[in-house]
Design a protein around this ligand. Structure first.
Ligand code: 2AM
Length: 190
């Protein structure tokens, strides 16, 4: 019993008191989620490592890191003011990063609407005093962690992900593992 209570305390201390780990992301609708979850399982068979479970698959727009909970309303107000167009994301390549052993799916052509969305969010966040990553944006959907080898599969994936909105997401360590929970989402316009 003591061990379990201790573990629960450790889980709560995953982030400093009063803060939450947050990021803005695209969250897939059911069809893309299913296809990406299945691709993760296929890749795991070929490359080993841990497949991201279907319910956790996403595309990060901007990672915020640990943010004081009291700042969430500012983030929500900022996101509500972002105007962006809907677009289709063609997921058509799989890559492997040796430095962190992540296997990810992406797109050969980043849609202009996606670049604009990330740029607008970044500008808004910087103006509000949030620290944002200044490196060029590389859209990547992590599918395997700790992959043992790169994929050599000849056929690239063909997955269409219709993007109609974006979300603020919390990354939390729970007893059942890391979970991503959508705090709130906003539509993109047609
Ligand atoms: P990853 O999948 O490549 O690890 C939740 O952790 C999301 O935020 C994941 O998509 C993760 O990317 C991303 N993320 C975590 N730490 C990050 C960092 N320091 N910079 C950019 N993205 C990060």
């Amino acid at each position: 019993m003591e061990g379990r209570a201790q573990r629960r305390r450790q889980i709560r201390r995953d982030v400093p008191a009063g803060t939450v780990r947050l990021f803005f992301a695209l969250w897939p609708e059911a069809g893309a989620q299913r296809a990406l979850g299945a691709l993760a399982q296929d890749l795991k068979r070929e490359c080993g490592g841990r497949a991201v479970p279907r319910h956790n698959v996403h595309l990060t727009l901007i990672f915020l890191g640990n943010v004081e909970r009291t700042r969430i309303p500012r983030l929500e107000a900022l996101a509500a003011g972002i105007r962006g167009a809907r677009f289709d994301l063609a997921v058509n390549c799989v890559e492997f990063w040796p430095h962190n052993r992540i296997t990810w799916a992406g797109t050969r052509h980043c849609p202009e609407a996606l670049r604009e969305l990330v740029a607008r969010l970044g500008q808004g966040l910087a103006a509000e005093g949030f620290r944002v990553d200044g490196r060029p944006y590389v859209p990547h959907i992590t599918l395997l962690r700790n992959a043992r080898r790169p994929t050599v599969t000849a056929a690239p994936p063909v997955i269409n992900w219709p993007v109609t909105g974006f979300a603020l997401v919390e990354s939390a360590q729970r007893e059942r593992g890391r979970v991503y929970e959508v705090v709130r989402d906003w539509p993109l316009t047609a």
